[in-house]
Ligand binder design. Structure first.
Ligand code: ZN
Length: 61
């Protein structure tokens, strides 16, 4: 996946997670529902991957 694609996927996952969160009381209370759990898990995974990429890039001279 290219850098741009990875960033776009991260932003889409963020939006999906926020959109779900906005309409789900259970997820707002940190009790991810069955529908929300994979959406939030995907967002966290993409966020981790993105932070890892940025960290690796900063480590380059
Ligand atoms: Zn939910």
């Amino acid at each position: 996946m290219s850098r741009d694609d990875e960033f776009i996927a991260y932003m889409r996952a963020f939006e999906a997670s926020m959109t779900h969160l906005g309409s789900c009381a259970a997820c707002q209370n940190d009790q991810s529902c069955d529908a929300g759990q994979p959406i939030h898990a995907d967002f966290m995974a993409r966020q981790d991957a993105w932070s890892e990429r940025v960290r690796a890039e900063r480590g380059q001279p």
